[in-house]
Design a protein around this ligand. Structure first.
Ligand code: HEC
Length: 162
């Protein structure tokens, strides 16, 4: 057997073996009473937009594409989800302190509009419907701005303190 063939066979074997090492999926059927849209209502169009563009990495539920069943793609995806969720989880938003809610919303305005870092470009290459137009970015920023006002009003009255 030629050396190239041997190398290919070893690579194939590795590829097959790693298919059995699956990360735990970010999927939950539990209710999410702390979801940002439960306490801070928004127009359906904005809700839809944020769910499509952000919830795969910033919520308790990722809508997995078929290739998420293939390793090492799933590991790579899983890292983004874990990291994104740790930094900002819209499903747990009202469990945050008012200060943290405010900081995260400011972060949304900054990352989505000013720096255009979110959604990650590695994600929008595949998820074309999350590749936001400037208008959609502005829509999200306006929503974050309004929600920020509500958070500040809440923090003054403390009425929703958990
Ligand atoms: C493919 C996964 C993915 C998608 C989709 C995504 N994000 Fe992120 N997001 C991340 C990761 C990973 C981080 C942490 C690393 C970083 O800051 O670059 C992050 C960080 C952030 C942060 C900073 C949080 C902090 O406190 O540091 C904000 C704000 C944010 N994302 C908002 C959004 C919004 C809004 C959307 C939708 C328009 C979105 N993201 C879509 C993965 C994603």
């Amino acid at each position: 057997m030629s050396i190239t063939k041997k190398v290919l066979l070893v690579l194939l074997a590795i590829f097959i073996v790693i298919q059995f090492i699956r990360p735990k999926r970010n999927e939950s059927s539990a209710a999410t009473p702390n979801d940002i849209f439960v306490h801070y209502p928004a127009p359906d169009s904005v809700k839809q937009l944020v769910k499509i563009a952000c919830y795969d990495c910033h919520s308790n539920n990722t809508a997995y594409p078929w290739y998420a069943n293939v390793q090492p793609v799933a590991w790579w995806l899983n890292n983004h989800v874990k990291e994104g969720k740790r930094k900002l989880n819209f499903s747990e938003f009202t469990a945050y302190t008012f200060k943290r809610r405010g900081r995260k919303l400011e972060g949304v305005i900054e990352q989505v509009v000013k720096e255009k870092e979110m959604p990650l470009s590695s994600y929008t290459i595949i998820h074309k419907n999350a590749d936001l137009t400037d208008l959609q970015r502005k829509e999200i920023a306006d929503w974050a701005d309004k929600t920020l006002e509500q958070v500040m009003a809440d923090s003054l009255t403390q009425k929703s303190q958990l």
